[in-house]
Design a protein around this ligand. Structure first.
Ligand SMILES: C[S@@+](CC[C@H](N)C(=O)[O-])C[C@H]1O[C@@H](n2cnc3c(N)ncnc32)[C@H](O)[C@@H]1O
Length: 324
């Protein structure tokens, strides 16, 4: 039998650890899963039965929904109302999202045709969870329709602001997004008559609110330039919507929307949350703007679309870096 000296043993241990580390990195790259995910999978397989013991099970509870973790981006696959984001309690600096609008859109997993009362209740629930996660000077930018006329006219924007205020958020302002999407009108109500005409504004709203105080508590690095600041502080934004076909999602917003919110309302390295990720637009923008991005999506198909979009953006950034 050959005995190792102390220094040989130390070297062997380092090599072993490094080998395992490299192997796991390799698997996570091939499988397009996060390092933590792969290590948890391996541990649960290796430990098998022992993992049933409660104290060990707790180890795996850490972040079971985390499906993507790379370069300051975390993507969770679950219902936002159920996902465990307790590690971010009181830490989110900016939330940018467009929640489901309850317009009977086919989102796969999410049911988008609940009653208006149920929809308001859902809004209250997700806003309450978001409130817990926000920093005291945290802000929210929520893209929401002004109103809806499917299954009865409803003032969606006005009701959203009311619910958000009840939850505790304070009102700051509203940006009107002129999407330039003037589809051919057919529903006039009463044509050329005052009898019962319909008025529809072809715009969407971006509600801007905050948790406790509007002025940021700490100093940070802003990334907005002079012209952008002057243009974007005028609360009517005009840019086109995103193609559903191009991104493979029924209701995406364009990167321009989160980009403006992120530059205008957050510092570099701030934590940005999107509880309704869809095709991942907010995460892409947050990453491109040098912020940390956290996202949650309930539907597996959109999780896959988001991961593909993110990998493309990460790859592009690497190529840009190499070619510089
Ligand atoms: C309006 S879309 C978001 C689109 C996104 N802004 C984009 O650019 O692609 C809303 C998304 O929320 C998801 N969703 C619905 N209910 C959810 C829930 N409870 N938790 C997490 N995601 C949910 C839907 O599957 C849908 O993809």
């Amino acid at each position: 039998m050959r005995y190792l000296t102390d220094s040989q043993l130390k070297e062997l241990k380092v090599r072993l650890k490094w080998g395992i580390f490299e192997k796991i990195k390799e698997i996570s790259k091939v499988e397009e899963k996060s390092f933590n995910y792969v290590i948890n999978e391996l541990l649960s397989k290796v430990l098998g039965n022992i993992a049933n013991q409660d104290n060990i099970k707790d180890l795996f509870k850490e972040q079971p929904d985390l499906v993507f973790k790379k370069e300051n981006i975390e993507l969770y696959h679950n219902d936002f109302l159920k996902v465990d984001l307790s590690q971010y309690k009181g830490k989110i600096n900016l939330l940018v999202t467009s929640p489901p609008y309850n317009l009977s859109i086919d989102y796969g997993t999410h049911k988008d045709d609940i009653t208006y009362e149920e929809y308001i209740d859902f809004t209250k629930k997700w806003l309450s969870k978001a409130y817990e996660l926000m920093a005291d000077d945290g802000r929210i930018c929520v893209n929401i329709p002004l109103d809806k006329n499917k299954n009865g006219l409803k003032p969606v924007y006005a009701d959203f602001v009311e619910v958000a205020r009840k939850v505790g958020f304070k009102y700051q302002s509203t940006i009107v997004w002129n999407e330039q999407n003037i589809s051919r009108r057919t529903a006039w109500g009463s044509w050329l008559s005052a009898s019962a005409p319909y008025v529809i504004a072809p715009v969407e709203m971006i509600v801007v609110m905050y948790k406790k105080q509007w002025k940021k508590l700490k100093k940070g690095e802003s990334t907005i330039d002079r012209d952008e600041f002057i243009e974007w502080t005028n609360g009517v934004w005009t840019f086109s919507g995103e193609s559903k076909k191009r991104v493979g999602h029924p209701a995406p917003f364009p990167v321009e929307l989160p980009r403006r919110c992120i530059r205008l309302f957050s510092y570099k390295n701030d934590i940005i949350l999107d509880p309704f990720v869809g095709s991942g637009t907010t995460l892409i923008s947050a990453y491109q703007e040098g912020r940390k991005a956290i996202g949650v999506e309930i539907d597996k198909n959109y999780i896959d679309i988001t991961m593909k979009r993110l990998l493309k953006v990460l790859q592009q950034k690497r190529l840009d870096y190499v070619s510089k």
